[in-house]
Write a protein that binds this ligand. Structure first.
Ligand code: SER
Length: 916
């Protein structure tokens, strides 16, 4: 056998199949382009499902690839065995209605013995037990003796579909006989019942699977013959390299080994000691090797850690890796330090790794930090829980506790299960799931249609709805199918939710971030209200309910979309493209889209960037978008094959497939303002967008920022609503504390429109003015609060001091307080006077050494001849105090020791005056 490095094998593979007239295509993304039911690209055939189904034409009938694959079903076995990996490269050759079993088998054999130089004696094969044809080819045509061919059942020799539906068929597998000494069966080697390919006895090592795709399996599990037969073969790159080099473990193949060594080096540097050779340590190294490679590849394809779906699996892998590192004594971020090594090893074959290197490293670091913040606490909690369980001698770990670990400490439940199993406990997954379910119920509404499946035997599954609605608000069409209550029906008159499918439609189905259209489907007097539009496969679903009359399959109908809603959605979609470009121009090319929502109300754009944007950057971005709008740039739509499209430099979102015709939206000459792949609805000239304004900047998760913005009329609406709210607040404050701040903002829709048209960047200015006004209002609010506090305490003082002395009709109030300012004394006096028309108040407040004095009285008392000023000056005279003022109010001061005397004296004088 020849020895191969991974690199050499990749080349040998491609050369061989190109010599057999195969088109070599680069690997597709790990994100399956159009298959939401599939988490990741898990096999070489995944990107070609539609070629097999016959719904799309391949660029060539024979294709060969080396496809990046991610399989996470065996995640928990990774580390424990020498062979399990989550990420692997699959060597594959494919035929779409071209060659079939004979050539597929011939070439697999030829490649094995001529290129890999495997000893033919060592090759064994398995065939599907009913596949006589394959058996004969192996036996008669190739010459594999009968005793080296085993017939296996569906479990082992039937492959597919990948995902919930798709092509599948019988398969045949090639095995390498590693020799009797490897056999682990208890019954001893050579026992034909147990020692054979397909059994767990390690002697026969499977290295290649050839699938004969003949059927389409629907979501119900029914098989339908495919319009054309096909070949899909798959061989794991590292498995073959391991086999040829005689190593037991894929982790000993050249590339993975160098990665593993790097990890070991990094860890030893941190720990300042050498690692041992225990199973636990070696497992942890394998886990780290595999996991860091998987997440680097996945993130470079735009699959970032998140709380749900694909992103959740990536998060789980990262966390699992950190947990194993933790068990080696590593409590700091480490994966981000290893990622550059993954890039170094693989970037020559997978350039996307280099392209997104920085971004992936940043996100990885942040993601690690996040988990590490709780990992310590989580492990403590776990140990506490474990202790409790042990004390109570429980065999099963509580689901509720697993939920706490998940919810509070971010432990994926699979990790908790793994930890529990290590301790000999199983996990009560039902309770955990129940807890999760309760949590999920909350967000269920929005998820409602995500999991929609076509009913059993749905007739149109392979058909296509023609979308005609980029610039059409009305369309005529024919009803092809109606789905009600998860059944395909022909007549619909019920008023509950139903789905209508027509042969063409102008209703845009939710996709590329853009929301689905709403509107009506009409037939004379009958009316179906469409509340949402979605795409499933190649069909467009109008989701809604009958409002009037009835509908049936075959009806000619009018399709009328909500024009207004579509228009605003379109403005927002085009504005999103301008925003994307502006962000890249301002922040750099490492910025790329990670998600978006385009609705009629606003747009939301998520992108890779790990710092909060400064005010200047946000303004600059907004200004650039506005410039693009003012430039009145034409928007051109082009359709190009993906390869050509990429050359134009258009921004591509993840998931497009090679060979496909893609739609490019070009704004401005040579994409001056934007050039992007997109299937959505756009304006014909940027000027239609009219206004653009960023309303919020935030972060939806590690390494990502989110911008929310509004366009056209919605920008005016945004300001209008904001200013109206502000006006109310201002009115309220102004009433409580008049003349502090005068209203100075445009207020009515007309005023706002006028202001917005006054100069190109008025949205930025108006926002600034609003913020300024808000700050001023906050100042007033602070003052008001202070006042309120004061008033509250004055109220209290008032109650306390309302005792008075009755002198005929006059009420004489006198009190001495502590720590009131002269101003507060005066307010207190005013409050009493508000309540009492015949009041004379003689008040003092003691502070440190001095006491302030305040005498005040109502008008009535002045009429009676009272003069506060005189009263005060007479009272303080004998005590070397000071003071004066007017008849109704006098203020002064005296040394604190004399305050009682002064007030008593003043009271005496007042009594005399009043009672005289
Ligand atoms: N689809 C088959 C597999 O994944 C052969 O490529 O094994």
């Amino acid at each position: 056998m020849k020895k191969f490095t991974c690199k050499e094998l990749r080349k040998a593979w491609v050369d061989f199949f190109v010599s057999k007239d195969h088109l070599h295509l680069p690997s597709s993304s790990l994100l399956p382009a159009e298959d939401p039911t599939l988490l990741f690209t898990s096999a070489g055939m995944v990107p070609f499902k539609e070629y097999f189904n016959g719904t799309k034409k391949p660029p060539h009938p024979r294709i060969a690839t080396i496809q990046k694959c991610l399989r996470t079903t065996d995640l928990e076995s990774v580390g424990k065995t020498a062979r399990h990996c989550t990420f692997f490269e699959m060597l594959g050759n494919f035929s779409f209605g071209d060659y079939f079993k004979k050539e597929a088998i011939e070439w697999a054999y030829e490649f094995s013995i001529k290129v890999l130089e495997i000893d033919p004696e060592k090759i064994h094969v398995s065939v599907y037990h009913e596949d006589q044809e394959a058996y004969e080819i192996w036996n008669k045509h190739i010459g594999i003796p009968e005793h080296k061919i085993v017939r296996l059942g569906k479990e082992q020799n039937w492959w597919g579909p990948a995902g919930d539906s798709g092509p599948c068929g019988p398969c045949t597998e090639l095995y390498f006989d590693r020799g009797e000494h490897i056999c682990h069966t208890e019954t001893g080697c050579g026992n034909p019942a147990t020692c054979k390919p397909g059994n767990d006895c390690d002697r026969f090592f499977e290295y290649w699977n050839l699938v004969f795709n003949e059927y389409f399996q629907d979501t119900e599990g029914n098989l339908h013959p495919l319009p054309q037969k096909g070949i899909d073969t798959g061989a794991g790159l590292e498995r073959i390299v391991a086999l040829l080099n005689g190593t037991d473990s894929v982790y000993e193949t050249d590339e993975l080994l160098s990665l593993k060594e790097e990890i070991q080096k990094q860890i030893e540097t941190i720990l300042k000691r050498k690692l041992d050779f225990s199973f636990q340590t070696q497992s942890a190294l394998r886990v780290l090797t595999d996991h860091v490679r998987s997440v680097t590849f996945a993130m470079s394809d735009g699959i970032f850690p998140e709380n749900t779906g694909r992103g959740y699996v990536i998060r789980r892998i990262i966390r699992r890796a950190l947990l194993f590192a933790y068990q080696l004594g590593i409590t700091e971020a480490i994966l981000y330090k290893i990622q550059p090594k993954v890039v170094e090893i693989y970037a020559s074959f997978y350039p996307e790794l280099e392209e997104h290197r920085k971004k992936v490293q940043d996100v990885l670091y942040e993601e690690e930090q996040r988990f590490l913040e709780t990992l310590n606490k989580g492990m403590k909690k776990w140990e506490e829980f474990l202790e409790e369980h042990k004390k109570e001698q429980k065999q099963v770990f509580d689901g509720e506790k697993a939920f706490i670990l998940y919810d509070t400490f971010g432990f994926p439940v699979e990790i908790t299960r793994e930890l529990a199993e290590k301790e000999g406990l199983s996990l009560d997954i039902e309770t955990f799931n129940q807890k999760m379910e309760e949590q999920k119920q909350l967000s269920k509404q929005t998820q409602q249609w995500k999991d929609f499946q076509f009913p059993h035997n749905f007739p149109l599954i392979n058909e296509q709805t023609e979308f005609t609605g980029y610039f059409k608000y009305r369309e005529k069409s024919k009803i092809l199918a109606i789905i009600y209550n998860n059944q395909s029906i022909t007549k619909l008159d019920k008023k509950d939710i139903a789905i209508i499918i027509t042969d063409r439609t102008n209703f845009y189905p939710e996709g590329g971030g853009q929301i689905g259209d709403t509107g009506i489907i009409k037939k004379r007097q009958s009316l179906f209200r469409v509340i949402d539009t979605k795409k499933k496969g190649n069909l467009i679903l109008h989701i809604g309910h009958v409002e009037k009359g009835k509908f049936q399959v075959g009806d000619e109908v009018d399709l009328i979309i909500d024009e207004e809603k579509r228009k605003f959605t379109t403005y927002h979609h085009s504005a999103t493209h301008l925003l994307h470009k502006a962000l890249r121009d301002v922040l750099g090319d490492s910025v790329f889209q990670t998600g978006s929502l385009v609705s009629d109300e606003y747009l939301r754009f998520d992108f890779s960037y790990n710092k909060r944007l400064t005010e200047q950057q946000l303004e600059e971005v907004e200004r650039r978008v506005i410039d693009a709008i003012l430039a009145k740039a034409d928007v051109k739509i082009k359709h190009l094959p993906l390869e050509e499209a990429k050359k134009t430099g258009a921004l591509a979102f993840f998931g497009e497939k090679y060979g496909e015709i893609v739609r490019i939206i070009e704004m401005g000459e040579n994409g001056k303002y934007s050039m992007e792949f997109c299937g959505g609805c756009h304006v014909q000239n940027t000027n239609e967008i009219r206004y653009f304004h960023i309303i919020k900047e935030s972060s939806p998760g590690a390494g990502n920022r989110r911008i929310e913005a509004v366009a056209n009329q919605k920008a005016l609406q945004y300001f209008y609503e904001k200013i109206q709210k502000l006006k109310k607040e201002w009115e309220d404050k102004n009433q409580k504390m008049p003349n502090q701040l005068s209203w100075n903002l445009p207020e009515t829709m007309e005023e706002i429109t006028e202001y917005m048209s006054s100069n190109p960047y008025s949205s930025i200015q108006l926002e600034k003015r609003i913020i300024q006004f808000e700050i001023q209002l906050q100042e007033i609010e602070k003052k008001l609060k202070k006042e309120l506090k004061k008033e509250k305490s004055l109220e209290h003082l008032l109650e306390k001091n309302l005792q008075f002395e009755n002198l005929n009709s006059v009420k004489l109030y006198s009190f001495i307080e502590e720590n009131l300012t002269p101003e507060e004394l005066r307010i207190l006096g005013d409050k009493i006077k508000e309540k009492e028309p015949y009041a004379l108040i003689l008040a003092a407040s003691v502070q440190k050494e001095k006491a302030s004095l305040m005498f005040t009285c109502t008008k009535k008392l002045i009429e009676l001849g009272i003069d506060c000023s005189e009263l005060l000056s007479q009272s303080v005279k004998a005590f070397s105090g000071k003071g004066g003022g007017k008849k109704d109010l006098a203020q002064g001061g005296v040394e604190k020791n004399y305050v009682n005397e002064v007030i008593s004296f003043a009271k005496k004088l007042a009594r005399e005056k009043i009672l005289k």
